[in-house]
Design a binder for this molecule. Structure first.
Ligand code: ATP
Length: 283
């Protein structure tokens, strides 16, 4: 049984200019301990699809799916209370903007301990001890002292480490990382990726890595889904994707990497469109 199984996920927003379909029939499965990358340009519906899994979309979103199963349970049929037992505990998500994702009004210690209070029912002493352990785990020096820091007193990289600590606090079975390194300096990006991969391996978590960066895909993923305008263009294991991409859109993404440049100018996506103005899907 797959850990997460989604079939034909559709997310439609009602907007002032009519319905807008951000996710258009995405299917995917994630197995225990697997790292799945979802790659695609900005606006391709990567985040919206995963927010639908978390139940975090606003009221103007309509979510439908033939299947959305976590460990065999239909997530869409759960009551909000049942869903909250899973989300944040068994499935956790970290976001692109670590500083903005933390609450500026509370210390990082409070924010880590809150998750432990809600999901693990720990008492004050246990929470404190676990919070120190978590900060150590994510590589924050002087953890006891840093627990009383507010997010604005920490760097972006440290805030992302705190977000990761909150994400893994309850030993989730699945962690969804939404562009976890995009807002960070290049040197810090590498450290955060290494940290995520170490935690994934040590804790045996499955990881969904949302990214637009093919380098991140190559370094982290077992399987890859390439998404464009809310649709899945291609799904493959990571080696096949880089060695023999089947969809024109994947070919376009790969040829747009500076390392693959053959001329003075990088090719544009448009030069890979088929005669009907669309990309071939290879799923
Ligand atoms: N609340 C909303 N109402 C209307 N449209 C929305 C809403 N939230 C997201 N969208 C639209 O859904 C589409 C998909 O957005 P999404 O954030 O999933 O893209 P993405 O692939 O994750 O890109 P990025 O990497 O920039 O986050 C976008 O066109 C976005 O404008």
């Amino acid at each position: 049984m797959a850990l997460l199984e989604i079939s034909n996920l559709v997310v439609e927003f009602s907007t002032s200019s009519g319905p807008f379909r951000a996710v258009d029939g995405i299917s995917l499965t994630v197995d225990t301990r697997q790292v799945l990358a979802i790659v695609g340009e900005s606006g391709s519906g990567k985040s919206v699809a995963m927010m639908a899994v978390m139940g975090l979309l606003p009221f103007n979103a309509k979510v439908t799916a033939d299947k959305m199963l976590f460990e065999g349970r239909n997530i869409l049929a759960l009551t909000p209370a049942q869903r909250r037992e899973i989300v944040g505990k068994d499935i956790a998500m970290i976001f692109q903007e670590p500083v903005a994702s933390l609450n500026p009004c509370f210390t990082v210690g409070f924010q880590i301990e809150e998750v432990l209070r809600v999901h693990m029912g720990m008492n004050r002493r246990q929470r404190r001890a676990r919070a120190v352990e978590l900060l150590q785990l994510v590589g924050i020096a002087e953890p006891e002292r840093r627990l009383s820091a507010f997010p604005h007193q920490m760097s972006g990289g440290q805030c992302q480490r705190v977000m990761i600590a909150i994400g893994v606090a309850c030993n989730p079975k699945l962690l969804i990382a939404d562009e976890p390194t995009t807002a960070l300096d290049v040197t810090i990006q590498k450290q955060i990726l290494d940290l995520l991969m170490r935690l994934q391996q040590e804790h045996g978590m499955a990881l969904i890595m949302i990214t637009h960066n093919m380098g991140v895909v190559a370094e982290t993923a077992d399987r890859v889904i390439v998404q464009y305008k809310g649709r899945k263009m291609e799904e493959a294991d990571v080696l096949s994707l880089f060695e023999s991409p089947r969809s024109n859109y994947t070919k376009a993404l790969l040829s747009a990497l500076p390392d693959n440049a053959t001329g003075d100018r990088l090719p544009t996506i448009a030069s890979y469109l088929g005669p009907d103005g669309t990309f071939t899907e290879a799923v």
